[in-house]
Structure formats: C-alpha cells, structure tokens
Write a protein that binds this ligand. Structure first.
Ligand code: GLU
Length: 497
C-alpha cells in the first residue's frame, strides 16, 4: 500500500506557522515511507475566502521546499495547476456535485436529514442552553420530520441545511497515532450540519469524502480537529468506508502557555521570510515543535528529519513557540552555510536598501567582493534583515560625530598625533600585502614601538573606517574596504578632529 498524506489548508490569507508544521510532518511521513504528499484546498467556507490565499500558501510551502507530489501545485511560472487523478479537482469549491451526491446518499439511507430551523430559533436554543448550564448543541427538532415531507419542502425551495444523524448512545473509540486510544461519548456530539443552505458542504462532509476519494492513508493535522473525529468516523461508517489512520499534533503555545496567537508575535510564515530567516532554520525549528528524535543533537536538515521521522517521537503536550530558539537556529545556519550560497540569498536583502542598491548598482561589487563584505557580519547578525544596517558603512561613507573618534581613555591631543601617524604607517603597506594579518602585525608593532595603548589606536581606526560604535574589528574592515578607501576614510577623520 502506498502511503498517502495530505495537507489541506483553507485559503484564508497566509500560511500559519502551525500549518507549516502540519505540512512538514505530513511531507516527512510521506517521504520517509516513499509515499505521496497531496495538497488539497479546503475553500468551502466562502465567508473566510481570500482571493490570493492559495497562491500565498503555495509560495510559503515552495519556499520551505515542501513541494506537493499531487493535487494543487505551481508550474514553473508560479501559476496554480493541478495534477493527479482522484476523479476531479483538488479544490473543494470545484467538487460541489460530489458532495451533493454523497449527502443525498446519506439522506436516502436515513443517516442524514433536512433541517429547516431558522437561525433565530437556533440562537434562542443556544441562549436557553447556556442560561440553564446545559450542553449546547442542536436539539434534533427536525430529525423526526417525515423524510418524504422534508424532501418536498426542500424541493419547493424552503431554506434548509442537511444534518447527519449522530447516534445518541454508546461511545466512539479510536486509536490516534500520537495519543493512543481516545474515547468520546456519542450523546455529547451534535447532529453536525454537513450541507449548508448555500449549497456548499461543511468541512466535516468534504474532508471525509475527499480523504476517501483521494485515497489518503494517514490524516495528520492539529489537535483542534480531534473533537471532530467521532463525527467523521460515523460518516465513514455510514458510507461503508475504512477510515484512514489519524495523528493529531500537539498545540503550539506562546511562552505563557496560551494558544499561539497573532497578538503575541508573527504567525505567518511569510513574516519570517521577510525578516530574513533561512528556510533551513525555520524547518529545523518547526520540526522540533512537538517532535524530537532523541539525544542531544539539534541541527537536522530536511532530509535528516525525513529519515528520522515517526509518530512515536511526537509529543502529546503543547509545544512552546520560542523565538529565541528560532534565532539560535538561524545563527547556527548562518555560521555554517557555504559563503557563495549565503551571498546569493543575502543579496536581495542588501539590495532592498536604496543607498546600498545605488552603491552596488554602480557595478563596483562583484559577488566575490560581496562575499567578503557579508563575511564581516555573518556571525554577528541573527537574520538577513539586519544586514543592510550592519553593512551600510561599507557601501556608503558613514556619518558620525567626531567625538566618537576619541577613545574613552584617550584625548583629542593624543588623537591628533595618532591618526596622522597611523595614516603614514598604513601608506607604507602595499596593495598586495593589504590583508588583515599583515595590517594587524604592522599596526601592532608600531603601537608597541610608540608606547601607545592598544585602544587609543584601534578605537579611532575602527571608527574612522566604520563610523560606528560597534562594528567588526578594524583590520577586517580595512581589508574589505581596500587600501585606497581606508586611507581616504582616515584622512576624513583627521580633517574632522
Ligand atoms: N482545512 C482545515 C484547516 O485549514 C484542515 C483540517 C484537516 O486537516 O482535516 O485547518
């Protein structure tokens, strides 16, 4: 049997980080078992529909490298296409006839019924139940209407929904791949609406029909869907189908253990992309929210996660979305990534800054030069979005107050001696010898010979070159700027004292 998993987002705007985790686990489980990862769009809730929602979700999935094998996907130009033969579209709004047929089948067999209750009646019912501290839910008012009469009222155009009949006694028991045995009392479960009055199915009918017709073997999704399982299993029973296996993933939590919410930070994958996190770091971080292969090791590539993935290693309790940990992962990946690759990815962030864009735009920076510039900061920044600020001084002559040139234990007088002396000394180093090691040795010897303190020389040298209070060391910067530019900047500093 081929393992088939699916990710079934609703296109309500963007890909949530929780959705990325669901997609990642579904992807990894499929790949680990040489199966297929299917993408289906669940857009039957027309009130929450967002026009480019599917495009956004696909963009984030492709960015992360979670490419569907079947269903809704991108072609090479990022147009949305579909691939696969599940007997129709993988977009639920294009499958209305299929759901209608299945709902009719349930009605014919006495497993579902027309409900004509007006919203006002349902509101009153809910208020009454709440006031009297009763469990809320539909009271079965229309369940006993004669089916022939109900069919006639519906055909005559009376507004209605279709509800499934939930058994009122007994228990639904099932075995979750993560939680083990889970039990529900049937009497507490509503006669769920399966077709709405707008002719669209609800999630509950559509998900069951689609998972069956699309031959899904493993349903992997968030814990918030666990309470829907008894309704779904009842539908599988009514249709006479075998249910796929199910795995419900632990909730994602804020640091204060509340459910992860927008109010406490970004939850859209695209926000983290914009901030310049590396996809490797995001994937690694997200994988560890609820899953742990065991042992001390934390750095795992997508392929390594696939190799190690199984449900036994997924926890049951909520996983805290800890941004400091994400930052840690990102710094680790920044440190170890191949420099040429890093340059390709960092470039767009540097070029987004208009001043850097025009400096680079003049053509004086090839990739190999950019590599040297970026290497200055790769171990100092947390994400790419910090790079333009951190590196602007390389491309654009920095502005700074001349006071900044004076080291805390030094004076203007001393500076007036030191900087011109330093400039003369540096002029003697040839362009060929202009690298950080030679610069450091030459300046170091000179400092000793003159009896200066190290700070009184290195501080103003660094400020003259970078214009910043905090920056990489002066020799690294001088090497990257080159001899001519370094001497110019020291000259400028001298004239500013
Ligand atoms: N459309 C549902 C969602 O966006 C999917 C639930 C499921 O995977 O069954 O959360």
């Amino acid at each position: 049997m081929t393992i088939r998993t699916r990710f079934a987002p609703s296109p309500t705007g963007y890909l949530h980080v929780g959705g990325l985790r669901t997609a990642l686990y579904a992807y990894c489980f499929a790949k680990k078992n040489e199966g297929k990862f299917v993408l289906r769009i669940e857009d039957t809730d027309r009130e929450r529909f967002v026009a480019d929602g599917t495009q956004n979700i696909l963009k984030s999935l492709y960015w992360a490298g979670l490419i569907p094998d079947e269903g809704v996907m991108f072609d090479n130009e990022e147009n949305i296409i579909q691939k696969g033969d599940c007997g129709g579209s993988y977009i639920q709004s294009e499958r209305s006839d299929i759901y209608r047929e299945h709902a009719d089948r349930l009605i014919e067999q006495g497993h579902a019924y027309h409900c004509f209750c007006a919203p006002e009646r349902l509101d009153e019912l809910r208020q009454f139940q709440q006031l009297n501290k009763l469990p809320t839910g539909y009271d079965g008012h229309c369940r006993e209407i004669n089916p022939i009469e109900a069919q006639k009222r519906a055909s005559d155009g009376e507004k209605h929904v279709i509800r499934m009949k939930m058994p009122k006694e007994g228990e639904t028991v099932f075995n979750d791949e993560i939680r083990g045995e889970v039990r529900f009392k049937n009497e507490l479960i509503d006669d769920q609406v399966i077709m709405k009055s707008d002719g669209f199915p609800t999630y509950h009918l559509a998900v069951v029909v689609d998972d069956h017709l699309m031959k899904i073997t493993h349903i992997i999704r968030g814990e918030e869907w666990l309470s829907s399982v008894p309704k779904h299993l009842q539908l599988y029973k009514y249709f006479g189908w075998e249910s796929p296996k199910m795995a419900h993933l632990p909730l994602l939590l804020n640091a204060d253990k509340s459910k992860l919410s927008k109010r406490q930070g970004d939850v859209a994958v695209e926000d983290y992309v914009k901030k310049g996190y590396l996809k490797e770091a995001i994937i690694n971080f997200i994988a560890f929210l609820g899953w742990n292969p065991g042992g001390e090791r934390e750095i795992y590539s997508l392929d390594e996660i696939i190799n190690e993935f199984n449900f036994d290693k997924v926890g049951k309790s909520g996983a805290i979305f800890n941004l400091q940990k994400l930052d840690w992962f990102n710094r680790e990946y920044l440190k170890k990534m191949d420099l040429a690759e890093l340059v390709q990815r960092a470039k767009e962030f540097l070029l987004a800054d208009p001043e850097i864009f025009s400096a680079i735009g003049e053509g004086q920076y090839e990739d190999k030069d950019l590599a040297r510039v970026i290497a200055l900061e790769r171990e100092r920044v947390t994400t790419f979005s910090e790079l333009p600020e951190a590196l602007k001084f390389v491309f654009v002559l920095p502005k700074y107050k001349s006071d900044l040139l004076i080291w805390k234990k030094s004076s203007v007088d001393e500076l007036q001696n030191i900087l011109p002396g330093l400039k003369d000394l540096l002029s003697t180093i040839s362009v060929q010898s202009w690298d950080r090691t030679i610069l450091e040795r030459t300046v170091g010897d000179w400092v000793k010979e003159k009896g200066y303190s190290v700070g009184s020389v290195l501080w103003p040298m660094r400020v003259a070159l970078s214009g910043q209070e905090n920056s990489p060391g002066p020799f690294e910067i001088a090497e990257v700027l080159g001899k001519e530019e370094s001497l110019n900047r020291i000259d400028l500093a001298i004239s500013n004292i």
